[in-house]
Design a protein around this ligand. Sequence first.
Ligand SMILES: NC(=O)c1ccc[n+]([C@@H]2O[C@H](COP(=O)([O-])OP(=O)(O)OC[C@H]3O[C@@H](n4cnc5c(N)ncnc54)[C@H](O)[C@@H]3O)[C@@H](O)[C@H]2O)c1
Ligand SMILES: CC(C)CCC[C@@H](C)[C@H]1CC[C@H]2C3=C(CC[C@]12C)[C@@]1(C)CC[C@H](O)[C@@H](C(=O)O)[C@@H]1CC3
Length: 345
Amino acid sequence: MTTRVRPSSKRCAVIGGSGFLGRHLVEKLADKGYTVSVFDIRQSYELPGVTFYLGDLCDKQALLPALRDVSLVFHCASPAPGADDRALFERVNISGTRTVIQACHEAGVQKLVLTSSASVVFEGTDIKNGKEDLPYAKKPIDFYTLTKIQQEKLVLEACDKENGFLTVAIRPHGIFGPRDPQLVPILVDTARRGKMKFIIGNGSNLVDFTYVENVVHGHVLAAERLRPESPICGQAYHITNDEPVFFWDFMSQILVGLGYNAPRYHLPYWLVYGIALLLWVLTVLLRPLVSWKPTFTPMRVALAGTHHYYSCARAKQDMGYQPVVSLKDAIMLTVESYPHLRQGA
Ligand SMILES: NC(=O)c1ccc[n+]([C@@H]2O[C@H](COP(=O)([O-])OP(=O)(O)OC[C@H]3O[C@@H](n4cnc5c(N)ncnc54)[C@H](O)[C@@H]3O)[C@@H](O)[C@H]2O)c1
Ligand SMILES: CC(C)CCC[C@@H](C)[C@H]1CC[C@H]2C3=C(CC[C@]12C)[C@@]1(C)CC[C@H](O)[C@@H](C(=O)O)[C@@H]1CC3
């Protein structure tokens, strides 16, 4: 007779645990006494009590060993948003997420927490204090957004209280903090190439940037509150710093903190957006001949020139969420963590 070990509630798996958010999440879970299995296509660090399983999440047979005896799974893997590769996004974010759900069923996992994105409702136009009942973007601005929408739908629809499989989606926005491979490095690279002199639009657009520890806090709360009687089952939750900030003030604080000049001259939003769109079309048409990636993509310009901030009232009410690190402290901690990106370093 084979005895099946009942999964321990202190055993969990983090798919995408080698990434920026994933690693911060793994460190917090290990700190809280969880035994953690990381599943990722790469291993980027080592940590006591954490076991790594390497493989592609689209491969169920590779995934299953990482989910053995695990009751809780966090899914925070995705191709980088900058990758302009529709097939890759569809394979990993849509088919791969189906595979994750199937593997969870086969392994007897009881809870699945997905890292979605607030961008699932962003179409390139203003969002002010957006709530979770906003409709999904009808015209998603890129393949990343398109497939994050499908991914979130799949996970929320898989919530099945009767069969003991509970799911929830966390929608962070503009995650930043130590080891972020994206926001600060791209910003500094753009500044070093002399392209951060301009403010796109009038600079009065408010946005959310969310410190990584607050995002981790939201994930852990969601996992711990995910029970059959909880209102969070099958729902999506915005998790932000709850301190909307002017986009260009935030960028300037990071740049100045690292010793670069803040952008000063204004350019009309629609002019820059039009140029970015034109450049994007040209790169698509000329792709077989030139492999050039513009810095100012339509998505980045839209994010830099519109309002996009979200309400976390639902997360506060249903999960008792409150940010644990203020924006001021978060910017300071982030700037301090990038000595190698300082001007002159
Ligand atoms: N960074 C942000 O501002 C932000 C904001 C909102 C939501 N998110 C979401 O948060 C999650 C984590 O993002 P991040 O910024 O930490 O990105 P990241 O690129 O640092 O981490 C993603 C991880 O997923 C892994 N991965 C990719 N494809 C895989 C595959 N096929 N199989 C197994 N592993 C695979 C990568 O190796 C990487 O370690 C993503 O789902 C992203 O959509 C990010
Ligand atoms: C070149 C400049 C105009 C801007 C330089 C900074 C940008 C690289 C970042 C500013 C806002 C960021 C952002 C994302 C990527 C990096 C920026 C464009 C996301 C699109 C990454 C994916 C997430 O899911 C999105 C989210 O909803 O949180 C991010 C939105 C903000």
